[in-house]
Design a protein around this ligand. Structure first.
Ligand code: ATP
Ligand code: MG
Length: 424
């Protein structure tokens, strides 16, 4: 029988790479908590209607990227293509907006039917950070600083913050007209996607990755020239706060973001380490979203950071770094040694912060050392018949190859305690 393979565009994550995922998720949680953000977990599938309304009918996501299915009850369901809409749905359902501003983060998978390539998958993972209820630019800069802190934590010096404003319901209509006037004469030269976008949502053309569109996108009018007074003031405040926090950025009038619900601030972290899929993190302000989903008028701002892409940038920065050795490999040679060492390892695992590896099989010492290398263990703890006779246990430093001998004290707990000290 042929083995079954994973669906296209999905990834299995297993050791040692899964440790990198854990490290990133732990750092993200720790930083989010430091900023006063609490975790929210919502279902990975929702009513299709939620995304049609919450992401926007004219977006690539809703037009062609959603995993939609009819469940056995005849309801149209969709695997979430992003996390924000579900979070807003949950906040409305549990009446949390009534309690004042909400600062939340979520980590988890999202699903998009895209053409798989490096950095672009059908199941990918995001850190989604959302601040609801604060209209001022303080909130925009707060979430940007949260992303900046994670990026700085990893020392990703080539990730550049791009900021822009897409205006609001006051000033965007005029921009739409300006874009229509700019693109219409070149309609036939635009990509098929952009031709379709022109009348429905010309802003989306600015987000095009098609080289055919590039010359026209580069010469397009910019929103920044057309911002109304309030949007201009908001953008000025954003820049002032970024300067005050010494967060470097560039103003990039081409950044529009793919989702319809953005107002005013939009931003992206872009890394040259990624090639074509260069956006690590994208976000902005979405003051109309909560209302669009049936809630009270509530400002919001946040971002989605792609974990796969983030880890690709981390890898590019680190090069082929060898991870540090840690923990011990317990090696018992013979039945009597095994019976003596087994409870010691059990006690060690109950008390040590570092891992204890042991495979308990009857194998040669060299085979055990190979396993220790594969586990990237720092120490080997060896017990054979000779050691048993002498009442000793050998602790080998696998880096320096130096041996130490420890007395095999009376109880397993006592030996384990000495090992914890010796392998610190
Ligand atoms: P792109 O322009 O690259 O398609 P996007 O604007 O569709 O990105 P968002 O919806 O803002 O992306 O999602 C936030 C982040 O999630 C992106 O910045 C990126 O890091 C990541 N991301 C988006 N789509 C994918 C995907 N198909 N595979 C892996 N990561 C993705
Ligand atoms: Mg996309």
């Amino acid at each position: 029988m042929n083995p079954i393979s994973a669906p296209r565009g999905t990834n299995d994550v297993y050791p040692p790479e899964s440790a990198e995922w854990n490290r990133l998720e732990t750092a993200a949680r720790e930083i989010a908590h430091r900023f006063g953000y609490g975790e929210i977990r919502t279902p990975i599938f929702e009513a299709t209607e939620l995304f049609a309304r919450g992401v926007g009918e004219t977006t690539d996501i809703v037009e062609k990227e959603m995993y939609t299915f009819v469940d056995k009850g005849g309801r149209s369901m969709t695997l979430r293509p992003e996390l924000t809409a579900g979070i807003v749905r949950a906040l409305l359902e549990h009446k949390l907006f009534a309690q004042g501003p909400q600062r939340l983060y979520a980590i988890g998978p999202f699903f998009r039917y895209e053409r798989p390539q490096a950095g672009r998958y059908r199941q990918a993972h995001q850190l989604s950070v959302e601040c609801f209820g604060v209209a001022g630019a303080e909130a925009d800069v707060e979430v940007i600083q949260l992303a900046a802190t994670l990026i700085a934590h990893y020392g990703l010096t080539d990730a550049v913050l791009n900021v822009n404003s897409v205006g609001d319901a006051n000033c965007r209509p005029a921009y739409r007209e300006a874009l229509l006037a700019h693109f219409r004469p070149h309609l036939a030269e635009l990509s098929a996607d952009s031709q379709r976008r022109l009348e429905r949502n010309p802003l989306r053309i600015l987000d095009s990755k098609d080289p055919k569109d590039r010359p026209f996108v580069e010469t397009a009018p910019t929103m920044l020239d057309l911002l109304c007074g309030e949007c201009a003031a908001h953008f000025a405040m954003l820049r002032r706060y970024l300067d005050a926090l010494e967060i470097p950025y560039v103003v990039n009038p081409r950044i529009v973001r793919g989702l319809d619900y953005y107002t005013r601030t939009v931003f992206e972290y872009v890394s040259s380490a990624l090639g074509a899929q260069s956006t690590v993190c994208g976000g902005g302000r979405y003051d109309g979203l909560v209302q669009q989903l049936g809630g009270p008028p509530t400002p919001g701002v946040g971002f989605g950071l792609g974990l796969e892409r983030f880890l690709m940038v981390v890898k590019a920065h680190a090069g082929e770094q060898v991870p540090a050795r840690r923990g011990l490999q317990a090696i018992a040679l013979g039945d009597a040694a095994r019976a003596r060492l087994f409870p010691v390892v059990g006690e060690y695992r109950a008390h040590a912060a570092e891992p204890a590896f042991a495979d308990w099989q009857d194998r040669k010492l060299t085979a055990h050392f190979k396993t220790a290398d594969r586990n990237n263990a720092r120490w080997a703890v060896i017990l054979g018949d000779d050691e048993l006779t002498r009442g000793e246990i050998v602790v080998r430093d696998l880096k320096s190859r130096e041996d130490r001998r420890l007395p095999l004290a009376f109880s397993a707990a006592e030996v384990a305690k000495m090992l914890v000290e010796a392998t610190r």
